[in-house]
Design a protein around this ligand. Structure first.
Ligand code: FAD
Length: 406
């Protein structure tokens, strides 16, 4: 427990964190990777180059300082981060390394303004935060072991590699040890660790499970991220698409994540996906079917056109086989073939007027995932419609960000 004096000091640093938070986290990661280059094997270095991780951490530090006397209000954020940490393999003994470098970065950026009093208060507060994260991550590790899972990574063989669209390919991953796989909640993801030959470090990326549970395999569906405007191709997705073949091995950690379908709620379910964001929602829709769930389910998928719309046969099969399932397709720029095949329900983008037309009610549980502008648009549509925040669930395919009301 932090005493009132420490709490007051931490709160007094909130304006500074608002202004210099990202400078501090940039300095922090730079220091940490210099002192501990082995951690480059764990942290996504592309997110570092894009400053995404630095911004995400600055946001967490800022909110932790702001709510230091009511940390329970950050439970959702802590849960998401703890899942990610457990998934990528962060260990309790790495927390002091982070703490030491974070304090040094605060000193480096704030200079004399970082008095001993401030540094000591932050050392204490960091200790408290670390305890919360370590506790949560230990509990997750225990939980996964109880469900027959494993700690850290284990080798999986690519049993099948199936193209699903021009840019998305599914990988059916079977454990090399042949043991039955632990169950997961639809919406969860795996961390996949690979070592492309031209990369100095191992690379870890998250991929949502894209199928209903099977004890024999996990399926992920990966979009090939082609580099645009002079930027390099995505490291892992390109490697998986071009280099990894059936029979090859990749290292995988046990399922993680708190973006999961709640079948306890009796409200109708609405899934809204954009592009490759359909992967966790495919798992949700197929699990809904597998479990004979009673809620009505509507799935709206947005894609540029039919050529990049992956897994559409699976969506159509669900539609054909279930009276309580409805699906809609929104194509931004349909091809002539899409028009001939009447393959879409709406041209352009999803908007509130159209959502209101196709959905019977706003009293539903909404789940969405897709590119960032899509996520912002959907979030704001739902808020404008008056959907309760507690019924809005979403996943970012990158470091978590806050979606803001416009
Ligand atoms: P990276 O090397 O990480 O590059 C990503 C992008 O950044 C590329 O477009 C690249 O051109 C660009 N870039 C590279 N360097 C720079 C630079 N210096 N400045 C600016 N831009 C740069 N993906 C899926 O395909 N399917 C899924 O089901 C899926 N599920 C996910 C679930 C979760 C919870 C999360 C967090 C992510 C998920 N992702 C999924 C995304 C996935 O983890 C990877 O981020 C994605 O595959 C890209 O990784 P990469 O190594 O190919 O690209």
């Amino acid at each position: 427990m932090l005493n009132q004096e420490t709490i007051d000091i931490i709160k007094s640093t909130v304006p500074v964190l608002e202004q210099h938070g990202t400078d501090i986290t940039k300095a922090f990661y730079k220091r940490m990777f210099k002192m501990h280059p082995e951690l480059k094997n764990v942290f996504n270095q592309t997110n570092q180059k894009k400053n995404r991780q630095q911004e995400a951490l600055a946001n967490v530090v800022y909110h932790a300082a702001k709510h230091i006397d009511e940390l329970h209000t950050l439970a959702g954020v802590v849960e998401g981060i703890a899942h990610k940490h457990r998934s990528i393999g962060i260990r309790p003994d790495q927390y002091p390394i982070v703490g030491e470098n974070l304090l040094a970065a605060i000193k480096e950026v704030l200079g004399e303004a970082a008095t001993d009093e401030i540094i000591n208060a932050w050392a204490e507060a960091y200790g408290e935060l670390a305890k919360i994260f370590i506790g949560e991550e230990n509990a997750l590790r225990e939980g996964i072991k109880e469900r027959g899972g494993w700690d850290d990574y284990k080798p999986f063989i690519v049993a099948r590699k199936v193209p699903e669209s021009e840019v998305i390919t599914s990988f059916y991953l079977k454990p090399q040890d042949g043991r039955p796989l632990p169950t997961y909640s639809p919406g969860q993801y795996l961390s996949v660790r690979v070592q492309p030959t031209e990369q100095a470090n191992t690379q870890i990326r998250q991929y949502s499970l894209s199928d209903a549970y099977s004890p024999e395999y996990y399926r992920i569906s990966v979009k090939r991220e082609a580099g645009r405007e002079g930027l390099p191709d995505g490291i892992v997705s390109t490697y998986l698409h071009h280099e990894i073949q059936e029979g090859d091995c990749v290292w995988v950690s046990a399922p993680a994540g708190e973006f999961t379908l709640n079948l306890e709620s009796k409200k109708p379910i609405v899934l809204i996906s954009g592009g490759v964001g359909l992967t966790p929602l495919t798992s949700m829709a197929k699990t809904w079917k597998q479990q004979g769930a009673i809620q009505n389910l509507t799935w709206i998928h947005a894609a540029i056109n039919g050529s990049v719309h992956a897994l559409k046969e699976e969506m159509r099969t669900l539609d054909k086989e279930n009276d309580t399932f409805k699906c809609y397709t929104v194509y931004e720029r349909p091809t002539e073939e899409d028009r001939e095949n009447k393959a879409f329900d709406k041209e352009g983008y999803i908007d509130l007027l159209w959502l209101k037309q196709v959905l019977d009610t706003k009293e539903a549980e909404f789940y969405f995932c897709g590119p960032e502008p899509f996520m912002k648009a959907i979030y704001n549509c739902l808020l404008k419609w008056g959907v309760q925040e507690s019924s809005i669930h979403f996943e970012f395919f990158g470091p978590s960000m806050a979606l803001e009301e416009e």
